[in-house]
Design a protein around this ligand. Structure first.
Ligand SMILES: [Zn+2]
Length: 215
């Protein structure tokens, strides 16, 4: 099988996301860039993830989006994953889910998610993209724009979230921490005790994380 390693990583990630409740049914999709060839592996469209094999993961050309391998056609959200990989050479893995609390917090409107705990700082700011049709070039453009040069995650109103990273581990960590941020924000606001980390603390944490990642 061609591109076995990245297909296996995509498969492992989607199963892990399902197990952790970040993905339900066939919603959500995950992609990974090949380190050598200009292709990406992406979860197929509308196929249950349980029982899926690495061979079922679709392979597409990065530049054109042309489906070149895999039994099932690529996810309908391919434009979003491809656009981010094309715009950001530092991004090798992308994860889109409809995780419940991220989806709820995306309805809040203009307010970005703020970090509540130190580990969440790595993934902020988490901006909110207005609703546009799923699978459209428009949603892809808006996600790219909101992520900017270094963003790791955005919420998409009435839809879910999109996260990215240098590796699948990094993209999955972003997904888990953004959902955690949404859960903690939701409950803190509900209790009337919402107080995100102070700006100075966030700055210091970000500097520490950047130093760690540079080593
Ligand atoms: Zn979706």
């Amino acid at each position: 099988m061609k591109y076995e390693e990245i297909r296996q990583q995509v498969l492992d990630a989607i199963l892990e996301a399902s197990e952790k409740g970040l993905i339900k049914g066939t919603s959500g999709n995950i992609a990974m860039r090949d380190p050598k060839d200009p292709i990406i592996a992406i979860t197929p469209s509308g196929i249950p993830y349980k029982g899926m094999t690495a061979e079922d993961i679709a392979v597409v050309e990065l530049e054109t989006g042309k489906w070149i391998d895999g039994r099932f056609k690529p996810s309908s959200e391919l434009p979003m994953h491809r656009a981010v990989m094309l715009a950001r050479s530092d991004v090798n893995a992308t994860v889109h889910t409809h995780a419940m609390f991220a989806t709820i917090m995306a309805m809040g409107g203009e307010n970005e998610l703020q970090p509540i705990t130190p580990p969440q700082c790595e993934f902020t700011p988490v901006g909110i993209v207005p609703f546009t049709m799923p699978g459209s070039d428009e949603v892809a453009e808006r996600v790219v724009e909101k992520l900017g040069a270094a963003g790791r995650a955005v919420l998409i109103k009435n839809h879910g979230m999109f996260c990215c990273g240098r590796s699948m581990k990094a993209a999955m960590a972003a997904t888990e921490y953004v959902e955690e941020m949404a859960v903690t924000t939701f409950y803190a606001k509900l209790l009337g005790v919402y107080e995100p980390m102070p700006e100075e603390g966030v700055k210091k944490m970000k500097a520490l994380i950047a130093k760690d990642q540079a080593v």
